[in-house]
Write a protein of this length. Structure first.
Length: 222
């Protein structure tokens, strides 16, 4: 009697199921790995953008110290180091508790400033949505900058949004009493007495995946 050689239909189906399961598992592992690497890349970009925002804040203070050596403790809160309306920091826009975005004011000297409070604050409920484009970042010549108001932020690196959220200006003489300053003429603002500014840089990103990063810090006038 001759023995049959080959597979039954059930055996073929079982083999196909096993192969399909293995292929699907491999594809899912690869997809997860690619998504993880992609999100890690975006996370690193977001962290660097937040660190950049921190450095700009310190650069504003340090530039004020340099430009106003004789009045550095009184002028360190100027939002724009290049602005000088009266020669003594009075009536010039100051850093104060409001949501702001840092922009580049001079492409040659690389000075940076805070644009001031906006009419519509960044909606960071999910760290992504923004009612205006003041907080959107555009990649131009390998340099991330605030997008023009009329430009939506579509780039190969997804969307990124950054805000500098100034939290508190503390008078360290009076048990950290909150001060609100718009210029150096307000009592308690334009003087050399010890104060501390606390702020956070928030960066949200969105694409196939989304995430958020926040770095907070403080700086003083002494």
């Amino acid at each position: 009697m001759k023995k049959k050689v080959g597979f039954t239909l059930i055996e073929v189906i079982i083999v196909l199921i096993i192969l399909s399961t293995g292929i699907i598992t491999a594809v899912e592992v690869i997809r997860y790995g690619l998504n993880f690497m992609d999100k890690t890349r975006k996370k690193v970009i977001a962290i660097n953008l937040a660190r950049e925002g921190m450095e700009w804040m310190y650069n504003i203070r340090d530039t004020n110290f340099k430009r106003w050596a004789g009045l550095k403790d009184k002028c360190w809160l100027k939002a724009d180091p290049l602005k000088d309306d009266d020669g003594n920091c009075s009536n010039d826009p100051w850093i104060q508790p409001w949501s702001r975005v840092i922009t580049q004011s001079n492409t040659v000297d690389k000075y940076w400033l805070l644009t001031g409070k906006t009419n519509i604050a960044l909606n960071l409920k999910d760290w992504i949505n923004s009612a205006d484009n003041h907080f959107a970042l555009c990649l131009t010549s390998n340099w991330w900058e605030a997008c023009p108001d009329t430009v939506d932020n579509f780039t190969k690196e997804w969307r990124f949004f950054r805000e500098v959220s100034v939290k508190w200006l503390l008078d360290k003489r009076n048990n950290a009493y909150l001060i609100s300053c718009s210029d150096g003429d307000i009592p308690g603002c334009g003087d050399a007495l010890p104060k501390e500014l606390i702020f956070c840089v928030n960066v949200g990103y969105k694409g196939r995946l989304w995430g958020k990063e926040q770095i907070c810090g403080s700086m003083t006038n002494f």
